[in-house]
Design a protein around this ligand. Structure first.
Ligand code: AHG
Ligand code: MN
Ligand code: MN
Length: 340
């Protein structure tokens, strides 16, 4: 029965069933679960131990760094540097790649991560999360890794997932061609116990999640798509409900389970022109792997997220992700309203 299978047991069972999996990958997933337990402990008492608020620093993203951002980053870097499984890391909180002393030459894997997603919500006690991408290194074992080891497209991911620190703490992950499975943390036994096996996201949702305050800056196709989801259409169970927490992990996780579409479009007009806010390697790409393996979709609006070839560690992409039929419809609207 579920609720008795620990994440370690689940990983070992998966390893047993896929000959290609090696114990090293299992150990890596276990280390990420350990980091999640440590971060969860601090998140749950941040208000009591002076971990709320800002550090006063600004990161490469140009965002003020919350104390919990910095703490979570420390925990991820230290945990992943423990074994000699990881040769290189990319973190939202660190400008350049991180090459751990002992794993550099022997580590088989590369991990990119957003140590704490939804920082703006920390002081208000709203759900936040950690997101991670796992690649096999491209450089030869025995050599020093390079930044190219991190700049791989989502089609090369061998694992990805997230931890959401909400009313309960859940770890959701998937592997290449694998299922999406969820584990709920039970602090009384200190274990992540399997609570959601083989998550499948509804093909059509009933929720849309977007910060509509920016609607005037978006391309016409997105604007028209949003008019559609808000129009009454009983046959299509519309209007959809609007839900937007402002923590990508929390918005994504709810839509994954209930069905829905999350959008963070790029700005094409006005003074705020950009390529969107969310980062490819450690936000859009890992969640795209989870969405696709759960039967959903993920697009920049012009191409599948998993096909985008990264050129920069912290590059941003527009993100449209969730129930497949809704994502496909948004992409069709963008194509139909293609602006020069
Ligand atoms: P992070 O805290 O890691 O910088 O991520 C914040 C992101 C994401 O969690 C969320 O979806 C988005 O910022 C919200 O942005 P807006 O406040 O512009 O809507
Ligand atoms: Mn984030
Ligand atoms: Mn973050």
């Amino acid at each position: 029965m579920d609720g008795m299978v620990t994440i370690e047991r689940h990983i070992l069972d998966q390893e047993a069933s896929s000959p290609s999996a090696s114990g090293v990958f299992s150990g890596l997933l276990y280390e990420i679960a350990l980091a999640g337990k440590i971060i969860q402990r601090e998140v749950s008492r941040a208000g009591l131990i002076e971990l709320l608020g800002k550090t006063g620093d600004v990161n490469i993203q140009g965002e003020t760094v919350a104390k919990l951002d910095e703490y979570s980053n420390e925990v991820m870097v230290r945990t992943l540097s423990m074994g000699n499984r990881v040769c290189l890391m990319g973190s939202e909180e660190v400008d350049d790649v991180i090459i751990p002393e002992n794993g550099a030459k022997q580590g088989k894997y590369v991990v990119c991560f957003d140590p704490l997603d939804g920082s703006s919500n920390i002081d208000a006690n709203v759900s936040i999360g950690t997101i991670f991408s796992i690649f096999r290194r491209k450089s030869e074992l025995g050599t020093l890794p390079t930044r190219e080891d991190a700049l791989q497209p989502g089609s090369e991911l061998i694992g990805a997932g997230y931890i959401v620190y909400g009313s309960s703490t859940m770890l959701v992950y998937t592997t290449k061609g694998g299922t999406v499975d969820g584990f709920t943390y039970d602090p009384s036994v200190g274990e992540f116990l399997r609570s959601h096996q083989n998550i499948r996201t509804p093909e059509t949702g009933r929720i849309y999640s977007v910060n509509e305050g920016n609607v005037q800056y978006w391309e016409r196709g997105i604007q028209q798509f949003l008019v559609g989801v808000k129009a009454e259409d009983k046959a299509r169970k519309r209007p959809y409900a609007h839900r937007y927490i402002g923590s990508l992990v929390a918005d994504f996780h709810r839509n994954l389970l209930y069905g829905g579409i999350f959008l963070y479009p790029r700005n094409v007009r006005g003074g705020k022109k950009n390529n969107g806010k969310l980062r490819l390697l450690y936000e859009a790409m890992p969640l795209a792997m989870v969405a696709v393996n759960a039967g959903g979709g993920a697009s920049t609006g012009r191409m599948p997220i998993l096909d985008v070839q990264p050129t920069e560690l912290h590059q941003r992409v527009p993100l449209i992700i969730g129930s497949r039929n809704d994502v496909d419809e948004a992409v069709r609207f963008i194509a139909a309203e293609e602006e020069e």
